[in-house]
Design a protein around this ligand. Structure first.
Ligand SMILES: NC(=O)C1=CN([C@@H]2O[C@H](COP(=O)(O)OP(=O)(O)OC[C@H]3O[C@@H](n4cnc5c(N)ncnc54)[C@H](O)[C@@H]3O)[C@@H](O)[C@H]2O)C=CC1
Ligand SMILES: CC(=O)C(=O)O
Length: 559
């Protein structure tokens, strides 16, 4: 009776592994994937190769796990593959979620199996690469090169040079230390070398061959000594972590960790590699399956996987669940000090009881009227009485809208079309504002660089850009363009950069001299009406975000 092997993931690695196992002839294979019909199609194609390659084994493709019952070995290759610019660590969270999803399908009960039944392949692959490079260098058969690459599968993997032999002869007798060092380095970057060449995926021929070698060792009870990834329980001084070490592979799976004696520097390198693995484990361990599931949904349903304001690396990405005062909590319950505070408006802290009470009371009286309402009038009166430069108030629903309306009002008043902003200044996401916020190319001032595709060239030509805090250059630009400038828009405190002494006063004088509107965009910098020392210099227009999402354009008009 033939053995049975299930391979989950019908992509490059999985399908090629099934092809290789099918070719052995003594194991039926089941190929499982979430993509409808993909595993069925590949399985049928492989089955039809049987008469040619002389294999009577069955190959079944499936989108569920019913056909996998009674498998002798299950290989999980489901995941996303590396692309240029990604490190292996970048894949960690997504692939962990996929593996969790797979193991929850009852192939493995992820926590219930003893360690001899769950182990990994990467060391066999890394060792195969090292052996290939050595054989090429010496022009000898790959079969005569013996080597071990231990540790993690990252850049600090540990090729054990002392145990590397060619036909039984230590490598140090055949190659210089420098050449061996170069081959070690190439091995460490072996996966990346292939990703850079393939561009649309990662290695799969050598990985699938490595999988097949391990599968064969199990099915034929070969007791092979291979560099596999095993859960260590104190061996090599490492506890509770999966790390690449020499293991014996046979019918019992990972039957033994072979604890060879390491020299001090080898032990240290192995420990350093294990420490990197531990760091990654800790990074992802803080995410509950609920949060991981939601992060996956965010990637699926939100462009760029988020709200567009913050992009954290995958390994530290999180989803905020609630906030109180100056702290927030993520979906997994981890607590953070919140230095962002909603990017400005949460000056009173998250969920301040008085704010919550007022909002609940107000919502109880209706929330959107479209017509002017009693509270808007009273709030406008309050703002005009509190802010020296405010004559009238226009309420808007976002900072983008406030800045956009201020620029438009200035253009209408001055009957000119151009506006000057500062490099790095953020005034929302209108076509006018998305200029030189984070410029992708270095242009001479005052050339504006759009921060997004889709912005009309005509609008780009209407925006001039000056360097923040550089009054001389700004003055030169204003002087050269004063007869076409309607306004200068500036964040008085640009993000986290304070204005240099005299910069805002100089700007005020220049704009007054040429009768140009000066717009102070306080949407983010404003963290309380009375705190900003620059407030005695009044702009012509002022945007502000004083309270929870209640954005206002405050206008002194005309000057
Ligand atoms: N540790 C190592 O030495 C190596 C690891 N890899 C990793 O192996 C994985 C597979 O690589 P490739 O085959 O090149 O990628 P691939 O993109 O060609 O195939 C991955 C397959 O997994 C499937 N899949 C995704 N989620 C699934 C789920 N929940 N259940 C079942 N199938 C699912 C996809 O539909 C796809 O067909 C990648 O994560 C890659 O990074 C690849 C080579 C070496
Ligand atoms: C994909 C991968 O991990 C490798 O080729 O080494």
């Amino acid at each position: 009776m033939r053995s049975k092997v299930t391979v989950v993931g019908a992509g490059n690695v999985g399908a090629t592994a099934v092809q290789r196992i099918h070719q052995l002839g003594y194991a039926d294979t089941v190929l499982v994937d979430v993509v409808e019909d993909l595993p069925q199609g590949k399985a049928l194609d492989m089955l039809e190769s049987g008469p040619v390659i002389g294999s009577d084994a069955q190959v079944i493709g499936s989108n569920d796990y019913e056909a996998t019952a009674n498998s002798d070995v299950v290989v999980i290759t489901a995941g996303i593959a590396r692309r240029p610019g990604m490190s292996r660590d970048d894949l960690l969270l997504t692939n962990m979620n996929i593996t969790t999803a797979v193991t929850e399908q009852n192939i493995l009960e992820s926590s219930g199996f003893p360690r001899n039944r769950v182990f990994g392949m990467a060391g066999v692959l890394d060792t195969a690469r090292f052996r290939t490079f050595i054989a090429q260098e010496l022009n000898v058969s790959v079969e005569d090169v013996q080597a071990y690459v231990l540790g993690g599968h990252g850049d600090d993997m540990v090729p054990l040079v002392r145990y590397t032999t060619v036909g039984g002869i230590p490598i140090s007798e055949m190659l210089s230390e420098e050449t061996v060092g170069a081959l070690v380095q190439r091995t460490r970057q072996g996966g990346g070398e292939i990703v850079a060449l393939l561009k649309a995926g990662s290695a799969f021929y050598a990985p699938s061959a490595s999988i097949t070698q391990m599968v064969e060792a199990i099915l034929l009870d070969k007791k092979r000594i291979l560099p596999g990834c095993a859960y260590l329980e104190g061996e090599f001084g490492i506890n509770g972590l999966c790390v690449g070490v020499p293991i014996k592979v046979g019918a019992g799976g990972m039957e033994q960790v072979i604890e060879i004696k390491l020299m001090d520097h080898e032990q240290k390198a192995l420990e350093a590699s294990a420490a990197s693995v531990q760091e990654l484990v800790e990074k992802v361990a803080g995410r509950s399956s609920r949060e991981r599931e939601l992060l996956d949904k965010a990637a699926r349903y939100l462009p760029g996987g988020g709200s567009g304001n913050t992009n954290f690396p995958e390994s530290v990405n999180f989803l905020a669940r609630e906030g109180r005062g100056s702290h927030i909590w993520d979906v997994s319950g981890n607590e953070y000090v919140d230095w962002l505070m909603g990017s400005g408006p949460m000056v009173l802290g998250h969920a301040h009881p008085a704010v919550v009470e007022a909002v609940i009371e107000a919502v109880g009286q209706g929330s959107t009227f479209f017509t002017t309402n009693e509270k808007a009038v009273l709030l406008a009166e309050e703002l005009v009485n509190s802010v020296p430069c405010a004559d009238k108030v226009r309420f808007t629903t976002s900072g983008t809208d406030a800045c956009f309306q201020c620029m438009r009002a200035a253009r209408a008043y001055r009957k000119r079309e151009k506006v000057l902003k500062f490099e790095g200044g953020f005034h929302g996401t209108s076509d006018y504002a998305l200029m030189s916020v984070t410029p992708s190319s270095a242009e001479e001032f005052p050339q504006a660089v759009p921060n997004s595709g889709g912005i009309p060239k005509a609008i780009q030509d209407l925006m001039l850009v000056a360097p923040y805090n550089d009054l001389d250059t700004t003055a030169t630009i204003i002087e050269a363009h004063h007869d076409e400038l309607a306004a200068v828009i500036v964040e008085p405190v640009q993000r986290i950069i304070s204005p240099k002494s005299g910069f805002l006063q100089g700007l005020r004088e220049l704009t007054k001299r040429y009768d140009i509107r000066l717009i102070f965009d306080e949407v983010v910098p404003d963290s309380g009406w009375n705190t900003a020392g620059h407030r005695y210099i009044t702009g012509s227009l002022l945007t502000s975000a004083p309270w929870v999402k209640s954005w206002a354009a405050v206008i002194r008009w005309p000057q």
